[in-house]
Design a protein around this ligand. Structure first.
Ligand SMILES: C[S@@+](CC[C@H](N)C(=O)[O-])C[C@H]1O[C@@H](n2cnc3c(N)ncnc32)[C@H](O)[C@@H]1O
Length: 295
């Protein structure tokens, strides 16, 4: 039976929106255009694109400006994200893009074969491990034959020499694991599972690559990444409490008290903004194609 989970920052939507604007600017620059991963001829053929869990719409608006000949749709459960995206859309006087609210844990509000391309980035947070098959089937259904699903995800894994950041990632992983978020047995091993699942659903031409965003000292992303992580872990505290990763009698190896958690978050500034901080943020960039004579 499919279980549904709430996104980890659902209750703090306004704060989360600000963080996502910052984060998507960084990711758009470092990971590049969603279309660019496809072969050139395919890029031209694509007309209708949907961004699932589009957040404040920053990424999609950039694509709509760059590709006036294509039509874009953004969908997100959070109304405040969509309100923000619509305001940005109007300010840019764009007519090839629309935004709507919708919960992608339910049947998607699109008829069969609506899109040539589906793009999803960093969406694991609202997908329970029992929900992946239904989710991918919905993606398959709303794609036209020959259409592409592009899913760019993180295993919530970071290479860093900041002890505080490394510990917070370990706590975060445990919180997600306890909530059942992620799709493989050890829960947050999305990168090794996505490709197999694409194939099981019926996608062809499945491709993947790992992209690394260097957010270390001396890089253009260092400050943005610090802000992103500081705000993420400040908001993430409640989720850790719900999953008892923060509790009054923590296991010394993998849980913490609230005071210990707060102290880790406070240490981020000095550690992440130090001159020798190293941080590599890893993504798996995948796509799969619905066959022309799709089933
Ligand atoms: C980590 S953010 C990623 C945003 C965007 N894809 C990006 O990469 O910048 C996840 C997004 O999923 C949205 N979301 C959470 N639960 C959702 C649901 N059930 N259906 C649709 N969107 C959801 C959140 O509001 C948030 O905007």
């Amino acid at each position: 039976m499919t279980e549904y989970v709430d996104y980890f920052n659902q209750a703090k939507a306004a704060q989360e929106q600000t963080r996502l604007v910052l984060q998507s600017q960084m990711l758009d620059k470092s990971l590049g255009s969603m279309l660019a991963v496809l072969p050139e001829k395919e890029q031209e053929r694509i007309r209708d694109i949907v961004d699932i869990g589009c957040g404040p719409g920053t990424t999609l608006i950039g694509e709509a400006i760059a590709h006036p000949e294509k039509r874009f749709t953004g969908i997100d459960r959070e109304e405040s994200m969509i309100t923000y995206a619509l305001a940005r859309m109007h300010a840019s006087d764009l007519h090839n893009i629309q935004f709507l609210t919708g919960d992608l844990r339910q049947a998607w509000p699109f008829v069969d074969a609506s899109f040539d391309m589906i793009f999803g980035r960093l969406i694991f947070g609202f997908i329970h491990k029992s929900h992946y098959t239904t989710f991918l089937q919905e993606a398959y259904r709303v794609l036209r034959p020959g259409g592409y699903l592009l899913w760019w995800e993180t295993d919530f894994h970071l290479y860093t020499n900041s002890q505080a950041l490394a510990k917070l990632y370990a706590l975060g992983k445990l919180a997600f694991f306890r909530r059942g978020v992620g799709l493989s047995v050890d829960c947050l091993n999305i990168s090794s599972s996505l490709v197999r699942w694409y194939k099981q659903i019926g996608f062809h031409d499945v491709k993947w690559q790992i992209k690394t965003v260097d957010c270390s000292a001396g890089t253009q992303f260092r400050e943005q990444f610090y802000q992103d992580q500081y705000h993420f872990f400040s908001m993430f505290k409640d989720y850790c409490k719900e999953q008892k990763v923060i509790n009054d009698a923590p296991h010394p190896d993998y849980e913490v008290t609230q005071e210990e958690y707060d102290s880790l978050v406070e240490k981020l500034e000095s550690e992440m903004l130090s001159n020798d901080h190293v941080a590599f943020f890893n993504f798996i960039v995948t796509y799969g194609r619905k066959p022309e004579k799709g089933v």
